[in-house]
Design a protein around this ligand. Sequence first.
Ligand SMILES: [Zn+2]
Length: 517
Amino acid sequence: MIEMNSTTAPQIRICTQMPVPSGLEGEAIKLALLENPSNLNSSTDPTRRIINRLWPRDRLLSVRLLGGTLSQRNKVHRYATAWTKHANLRLTFVDKDPAEIRVRFDPEKGTWSYIGTDALVVAQELPTMNFSWLGDGDDDAAARIVMHVFGHALGLVHEHRNEEGGIPWDRPAVCDYYKKTFEWSEDEVKKHIFDYYERDLSQFSSSVKGGSIMRFEVPDSMTTKHPIGETDGDFVNSCYPGMTGSMGIVEMHIDKGVASKTIEVEFPHKFMEPPGVAIGLKEINLVSGFPVVKVGVCEVSKENFQLDIHRPKEVAADVACNWMAIDTDDPDIQFGYSSTTNLTKILNLEQSSEYYDSVNFQRPFKSPPKVVIFLNDFDLTRGVIPRIAASVSTITTSGFYLTVKSWKQTQIHSAGVTWIAHSGDRADISSGTISTHDVRSLESQLRTSGSAGFSGMNCKTPPRVFMGFRKLNTYSSPPLHVRVGVEGISTTSFKWVIEGLDKCEVFTASADYILFA
Ligand SMILES: [Zn+2]
């Protein structure tokens, strides 16, 4: 990014990719690989063999603003976060150390940033980024500059192509600028500027033209309102694609008279390959009280998936379910679906039902994993109290036993359960079960709440929660309307609630959860 203000006396406004301090190059490479092993680019072409400086996917980066006017701080806050729409990274603005990105606003010190993980070699008391100008009231210019410089902080380098004759440097002016601003010698200017830009460099496989925000030269005429172009967005997405633990909640309404409905759900970040999608029911509102509902995932792509809902078409229904994407090659987590249509009915009692399944993992775990289960669908006897519970037993490295049962007068016509198994030695994943039994006995109640701790987890910010019912036993009168939810969450515990709505009292209910830091 370079702007010449006047042709007669060029005042250089140049963005500098800050090289790591002399002597710390080896440390910078070590940290880049430690932080994200895939930074090792093992190209056979030696000219392309570079160590990238990308952060790991889903990395939470803390940004600390050192000074600056309110307007400058607001601009950085507003435009920097625009990247997170495209990149599977999280930015949090903090007002004390530690912070990976530290932003200064010194008009004398040039506009620059370290590239990605190189910021880790810089002492905490020093900035990793500086803005010497921020568009001065021009929001479009400010947006371009902030996004461009934060592109560097995410690991992107200048996009440039050597036109015939190269960049028309005013060499003395450039040397003068770098001497005054960074105290660079002529050799350093040659190495970091003139030599660097003699090489063609393109991170974007398609074309440099079309206005990438990372282009080195930004013409004055470039005044797009949405400075992150498609190429930038796609490229940064390919550096930071979606991953296991990406999750959300879908609320679905289905009208009376319609047998089923399909909803398309977009992933927040595109995946490299279509992931698996696990779902769990977290709110059910069946107006008729007919205890019948079925939600299922179909057609998963890299960008989105389809969610189907079915239930008897005589009545309207509202359902909310949690979804979670799981990388199919994730070594630490697997999931699957079990349906009673494939299960063995072990008890043929006159009135209640009990089904049993022996579930095998697709790949064995190193040690017995933790397993959580979620009801996806059920079809129970109408006109009696809905009673259904799923449970897990005998977990080994290769599988577990799943039981789905009803009791008293309730029979299961069909039911489906999603299971998620995860290795227990990951400090960023935790799971468990919450139950009305944890806090009260079996009298019916509208609202039950409690708290669950996860102090063993390593959380810098409150984790994401995936939650869904595994057991339900509610009052039978229509409607059947229950929900499970999280009311507050910290870095060590969360407060949950299980609630019957529209006078639907809950005798007992339990839900499983899985947390991602
Ligand atoms: Zn730049």
